[in-house]
Design a protein around this ligand. Structure first.
Ligand code: FPP
Length: 229
């Protein structure tokens, strides 16, 4: 039953545990990433169905470059394939794609696909925000540097937000992290300032529609005070 639930407007997912999921099955890590990528579609559609309007996914962090080259390449390849395949769904379901992160290190084909899908979906109001080569510290630093470059001496919170990748979207209400780890790992620090956190031991490839409902039910029970009484 989901009728009386309070639905978060913006949910962020730290999709963790692909490697361990594969290991449990005696498969290579990239098999876990492949299953993880397949799972994205299911989770995204379950969230939008429940009334979530904005979804942020942590697909590749600024720290993930330290992984073996073949794993990095496999994730980049999965992201590219995902965008090629998922473009139609985004158009049909009127979902806008935003990619957060420093694109300069991504390969040309992936950059081209990101630009294409972002442009084609830019008029929709529901948002899927995918963080690729993203780090919150890097995002905040580059905002500060852009502000200095613009010759501003001080900015308000609202003006500062205009320099973030997420400038058009509201803050994150709920951060979900799978696989039992309980940390934020440089994920949208500014945007999560007042988010609720939900941690589950379920590994990302197993995080299904029922798990989405559990997370949202847990959120629904929280008493959000935003620093007030
Ligand atoms: C964390 O699991 C997962 C990642 C670093 C990559 C996330 C990528 C995907 C889910 C696939 C592509 C994404 C999209 C949006 C199509 P881990 O490798 O750290 O797992 P472990 O902690 O068990 O080793």
């Amino acid at each position: 039953m989901t009728e009386n639930l309070s639905i978060p407007r913006h949910v962020g997912f730290i999709m963790d545990g692909n490697g361990r999921w594969a290991k449990q099955k005696n498969k290579p890590r990239n098999f876990g990433h492949k299953k993880g990528a397949e799972n994205v579609e299911k989770v995204v559609s379950a969230c939008f169905k429940l009334g979530v309007e904005y979804i942020s996914l942590y697909a590749f962090s600024t720290e993930n470059w330290a992984r073996p080259e073949q794993e990095v390449n496999a994730i980049m390849d999965l992201l590219q394939k995902f965008l090629v395949k998922y473009k139609k769904t985004l158009l049909t379901n009127e979902i806008r794609l935003i990619v957060s992160g420093d694109r300069t290190r991504l390969n040309d084909a992936l950059i081209e696909k990101i630009l294409d899908v972002e442009k084609e979906t830019s008029h929709f109001s529901k948002v899927l925000n995918i963080a690729i080569n993203y780090g919150a510290k890097q995002e905040i630093l580059s905002a500060v540097n852009a502000i200095l470059k613009d010759g501003l001496e001080s900015v308000t919170e609202t003006q500062f937000e205009d320099y973030l990748y997420t400038k058009d979207i509201p803050p994150i209400d709920l951060v979900v992290r799978t696989s039992g780890e309980q940390r934020i790992s440089n994920f949208f620090l500014w945007q999560s300032a007042y988010a609720e956190f939900y941690f589950t031991d379920v590994l990302w490839p197993d995080f299904n529609e029922q798990e989405v409902e559990k997370a949202i039910k847990s959120y629904s029970l929280r008493n959000r005070r935003f620093g007030k009484l």
